[in-house]
Write a protein that binds this ligand. Structure first.
Ligand SMILES: Cc1ncc(COP(=O)(O)OP(=O)(O)O)c(N)n1
Ligand SMILES: Cc1ncsc1CCOP(=O)(O)O
Length: 220
């Protein structure tokens, strides 16, 4: 929720279970509102359409839309890759992959109040992200090969099991190919938080899909 300080964001992130990445879409505000109403805790604008990358001004406009919806639902707003845009959008989170800005460089741009996340694809990267100064959370995967990240081989659930066994002090999320049917396997491997794309963006009823995922992640 734009406007929180770094410690408030970190506390909310520790409680977060369901993280959604979405591209822009004509119904972005309505879609995001439905997903957040269903129980999504964090929403990231991740627009990777081949051949049609968003211009910075377009990305900022979409993030402003998401920021309003996040404020209505008390959810965290995440920006992918771009520290300058995270700062300009007043985002809570910047997510960085292995080939993106080095964390110390992003930290210099962002200051202390925006939380930084890292993608990891093997045990060495996960171990490093769990300890690297300036990193607040990390993601491990893909759990399964996924068309949402073409060309990325999947370390699979063994990486989730190894990460869970290491009991990192930082929050971490499993990602990649996760849907309602596969979620029990991911939880059994030791994850308690997940990132999804298609499970919600391609669902006929995004709110219902988010509600079911969220309920499975927060059993009573
Ligand atoms: C929350 C979250 N986790 C992982 C990713 C993937 O980031 P990256 O490996 O940099 O790949 P791209 O998203 O840039 O294709 C993410 N964006 N968000
Ligand atoms: C961005 C990213 N990084 C690793 S897997 C992935 C995409 C996950 O998408 P989906 O949930 O549709 O498989």
């Amino acid at each position: 929720m734009p406007g929180l300080d770094g410690d408030q964001i970190r506390r909310r992130l520790a409680d977060a279970r369901l993280y959604l990445c979405t591209g822009t879409r004509p119904d972005l505000a309505e879609f995001a509102g439905e997903a957040l109403a269903g129980g999504v805790d964090v929403i990231q604008l991740r627009d990777k359409r081949a051949g049609a990358p968003l211009e910075a001004a377009e990305e900022l406009a979409a993030l402003r839309t998401l920021a309003e919806v996040c404020a209505e639902h008390d959810a965290l707003l995440s920006v992918n890759d771009r520290a300058d845009i995270a700062l300009a959008a007043g985002a809570d989170i910047l997510h960085l992959g292995q080939d993106d800005l080095p964390v110390p460089v992003a930290r210099r741009i962002l200051g202390a109040e925006i939380v930084i996340g890292r993608s990891t694809h093997d045990v060495a990267q996960a171990t490093a992200a769990a300890a690297e100064p300036g990193v607040d959370y990390f993601c491990t995967g893909p759990c399964w090969p996924t068309p949402t990240k073409p060309g990325r081989s999947a370390p699979g659930l063994p990486l989730v099991r190894a990460t869970a066994a290491a009991a990192p002090a930082r929050p971490w999320f499993a990602i990649g190919g996760i849907d309602e049917a596969r979620l029990p396997e991911v939880l059994a491997a030791g994850a308690t938080r997940v990132v999804v794309v298609r499970a919600i963006t391609e669902a006929p009823d995004p709110r219902a899909a988010a509600t079911r995922l969220s309920a499975a992640l927060r059993p009573r």
